[in-house]
Ligand binder design. Sequence first.
Ligand code: SF4
Length: 468
Amino acid sequence: MCSLFGIVAPDLPVADLTYLALYALQHRGQEGAGISVSNHGQIQTYKQLGLVPQVFTETVLRQQLIGQMAIGHTRYSTTGSGHVVENLQPLEFSLDGMPFTVAHNGNLVNQFELHSELTERGYRFKTSSDTEIVGALIAQFSGLSFEEAIFAATRKIKGAYSLVFLTPDRVLGMRDPYGIRPLLLGKMGNHYMLASESPAFDIVGGKLIRDIEPGELVSITDVGVETKMYEAQTKRRMCVFEYIYLARPDGDLYGRNVYKARRRMGEQLALEHPVKADVVIGVPDSGTPAALGYAKASGIEYEEGLIKNRYVGRTFINPDPMVRDLGVKIKLHPIREVIEGKRVVVVDDSIVRGTTSRKIVSLLKQTGAAEVHMRVSSPPIVSPCFYGIDTASYDELIGARKTPAEIARYLGADSLGYLSIEGMVKAIRLSDDQFCMACLNGKYPIEVPASMKREKNLLTEPAPPAVA
Ligand code: SF4
């Protein structure tokens, strides 16, 4: 996933504002965070592993990150290890002596070829992140202006990329020609900002202006915004999972509020898969709006039946199956008074491997549910994502291997119903040609090389040190 933010505001504490914005975007990446500032042309970057409030102390923000413009990033790795500080962003480069930093949300599908090409030309990689490929390519276009160097680099890179850059005198942002990952333009007073999601603007007191278009590059200075299309052949193919699961519900994408879209998905799900039941519950948090929609459309009462422990970090992994099974109870705890003796409809946003859903069904049955009917507010996931979302491989995706009836049996559910692709599109209220839905229908808008289909993360280890 990853999140991006950028701001130009010479009269405001840009590091503090970036910190607040990254806080609002923390859900898009919890492995580490970084901020670069430009202070009268001098660029400083600070990044560490951990959550945003763990990474940035008051001293770092007020003494190390003084500047007039800034970019920030939170990381969730889909290429390269998430646990090494070298892979955190923004990454630092220079073009003809001019320093710049770059932060990326997405995944390059031709990363392996470009990595080999740059290595053969003598470039020594310092990270195992595909973002370094972007920066290294730009840095090689000596003699071009920064924007020209970006354009030249984009003619080589293929895949999903929303990018923000910081140079001594500007912040730039761009989306790939399909706009797979989001990037939005916001404003606060006279100051312009960029962010992966609109709540980042709200939290600093600004407002959303519009989505950056696929193939668009915007350049923000202290006098305003300039925009250019760097690619004539563009199509809107935004990741539909932003609406299903990824984005915050309080944000808007292409003019559609995410919460309302999720609620309508639940309403549509109730029309497509009705069932006689006593109560509707959601799997918090991302299943809750669809559960509310299902309850409204079905007339079955909505209750909070599962309580989420907000202090659990990564999935609890223990080799002992008994201890591992307790893991779901740490994350989700049932309310017996809501569940016991009831025919329960449980709504979740998606099923990836099926292991968590199976544990939830078992938990509800152990709590005394008379029946458990699983309803999913997205269609089955049948193909992996190669554009920056970690949705597992073909072998791991239960939707790629089993029919819904087989999945229901595996989950131990009394019934299972998935939202249809048509129903999902109708609920979002954009036409189906606006989305990437490759993991739902196997149609990849950007061709994925066979090498990447075999092995998603080709750049798994940091490059070896240079040999003298
Ligand atoms: S393949 Fe699926 S998760 Fe990946 S970008 Fe497309 S819709 Fe999103």
